[in-house]
Ligand binder design. Structure first.
Ligand code: C2E
Ligand code: MG
Ligand code: MG
Length: 355
C-alpha cells in the first residue's frame, strides 16, 4: 500500500487477476471501514471509494495500469460514497478527454478564452443592488463550457490559481467602469480560499482597478470553511480588514452549521436555489426558507435567494421577508454590452403586483 496524494492510496496485489477477485478485495476493504475509527476520543466515520485495473487485461505496463486504476477511481468517486468500479475501455476514452480538457485549460487564460457573464441581484423593493460574476470558457472546439465542468478540472490540474486571479481582476475592472456604484460578487473556489495570498490578490485587484472595497463581495461556500476552521477564520479576518463584503453561498446544501454562521464575519446569506425551486409546491422548502431567513435576521444578516424563476416563488420570498433576489425571473447571467454600464433601474412594479 502507498499513499499517493491527499486522500488517495494505491494498493497492489499479486492475486489471480480476475475481475471477481478484485471486486471481492475492494468489498472487503470497504467493509473494514464500516465501523467508526476512534481518534483522540472522537469516532470518525470514513468512506472508501475504490477503482481497480487488472494486469494484463487492462494495461500492458505499470504506467497505464496506474492511469487506468485512476480512471476507475475517478468514476467511483463521481458515483458517490462507497462506490467500487473496475476499469473499462469507455473510461479510458473519458480519461483521455479529461486530460485533454485539463491540458487546454492551462492555456485558456493566456489565449483569452475565458469570459464573465453577470447576473443581476435585486432588492425586494426593486432596483438592482449588484451583479454576480460567473465565469465561462469559450473552448475553440467544444463551444461554451460552464464553470461546473471546468472549475473542478482546473482544481485537479493546478490551473485554478491562474483562472481565479483572472476572474478577480476582470470582475473588479468591469465593476469599476460602471456609472452606478453597484456591488460586484465574485465566487471563490476552495483552492483559492486555501491559498496563502487570497487577501493579497484581492487587495491587488482592488488597487489596480480602483474599485471601492465596499462594492466588492466574495462568495464562499461552507465547504471551504469546514476544512480548517482556525485558518479559515484568519483568512476571513484578513479579507474583512480590506473592507470587503463576504456572502455565504449555497446555504442549506452543505453542513448548514449554525456555529459557522455565528462564528464567521458574514455580510449576507444566499439561500440555495434547490429550496427556491420547490417553493410553492413544498411546505418543507417553505419551512426551511422561513427558518433560514429567521436565523439570518436574528443575527442581523440580510438574505438573498438564488434561482428565482417564477412570480409565485418571488412573492412567497417577499412575503417571508427575504431581502434580495437573484434568478432567471430577474435576469439571466449575460455579458454586459461593451460600453453600456449598468445603472440603477427604477422600482419595478412586478414584485409589488405579485404581493
Ligand atoms: P453559484 O455561485 O451558486 O451560481 C449560481 C448558478 O446558478 C449559476 O450557474 C447561474 O447561472 C445559475 N442560476 C442563476 N439563476 C438561476 C435560475 O433562476 N435558475 C437556474 N436553474 N439556475 C440559475 P453557473 O454559472 O453554471 O455557475 C455554477 C457554479 O460555478 C456557481 O454556483 C459557482 O459555484 C461556480 N462558479 C461560477 N463562476 C465562478 C468563478 O468565477 N470562480 C469560481 N471559483 N467558481 C465559479
Ligand atoms: Mg455564487
Ligand atoms: Mg449559489
Amino acid at each position: 500500500m502507498a499513499r499517493v496524494g491527499g486522500d488517495e492510496f494505491i494498493g497492489i496485489t499479486d492475486q489471480v487477476p480476475l475481475a471477481a477477485s478484485a471486486e471481492l478485495l475492494a468489498t472487503r476493504m470497504r467493509a473494514a471501514f464500516e465501523d467508526p475509527i476512534e481518534v483522540e476520543g472522537h469516532a470518525l466515520k470514513l468512506d472508501l471509494c475504490v477503482g481497480a485495473a487488472l494486469f494484463p487485461r487492462d494495461a500492458e505496463n505499470i504506467v497505464s495500469l496506474l492511469a487506468n486504476a485512476d480512471a476507475a477511481l475517478y468514476r467511483a468517486k463521481h458515483e458517490g460514497r462507497g462506490a467500487i468500479r473496475l476499469f473499462t475501455s469507455a473510461m479510458d476514452q473519458q480519461l483521455r478527454e479529461r486530460r485533454a480538457l485539463e491540458h487546454d485549460l492551462r492555456f485558456a487564460v493566456e489565449r483569452g478564452e475565458l469570459y464573465l457573464d453577470y447576473q443581476p441581484q435585486e432588492h425586494r423593493d426593486g432596483g438592482i443592488t449588484g451583479y454576480e460574476a460567473l465565469v465561462r470558457w469559450r473552448h475553440p472546439d467544444r463551444g461554451i463550457i460552464p464553470p461546473g465542468e471546468f472549475i473542478p478540472a482546473a482544481e485537479r490540474s493546478g490551473s485554478i490559481a491562474q483562472i481565479d486571479d483572472w476572474v478577480l481582476m476582470e470582475a473588479c475592472r468591469e465593476a469599476a467602469s460602471w456609472d452606478a456604484p453597484l456591488r460586484i460578487a465574485v465566487n471563490v473556489s476552495a483552492a483559492q480560499f486555501r491559498r496563502e495570498n487570497l487577501d493579497t490578490q484581492v487587495r491587488k485587484a482592488l488597487r489596480e482597478s480602483g474599485l471601492s472595497p465596499a462594492r466588492f463581495e466574495l462568495e464562499i461556500t461552507e465547504g471551504v470553511l469546514i476544512e480548517d476552521v482556525s485558518r479559515a477564520k484568519k483568512t476571513m479576518q484578513s479579507l474583512k480588514s480590506l473592507g470587503i463584503l463576504i456572502a455565504l453561498d449555497d446555504f442549506g446544501t452543505g453542513y448548514s452549521s449554525l456555529s459557522y454562521v455565528e462564528a464567521f464575519p458574514l455580510d449576507r446569506i444566499k439561500i440555495d436555489r434547490s429550496f427556491v425551486a420547490s417553493l410553492g409546491n413544498s411546505e418543507r422548502s417553505l419551512a426551511i426558507v422561513r427558518a433560514v431567513i429567521g436565523l439570518a435576521h436574528g443575527l442581523g444578516l440580510p438574505v438573498l435567494a438564488e434561482g428565482i424563476e417564477t412570480n409565485v416563488q418571488m412573492s412567497l420570498l417577499v412575503r417571508e421577508g427575504c431581502d434580495e433576489m437573484q434568478g432567471y425571473l430577474i435576469g439571466r447571467p449575460q455579458s454586459l454590452a461593451a460600453g453600456k454600464s449598468p445603472s440603477r433601474p427604477s422600482t419595478r412594479s412586478r414584485i409589488l403586483s405579485a404581493c
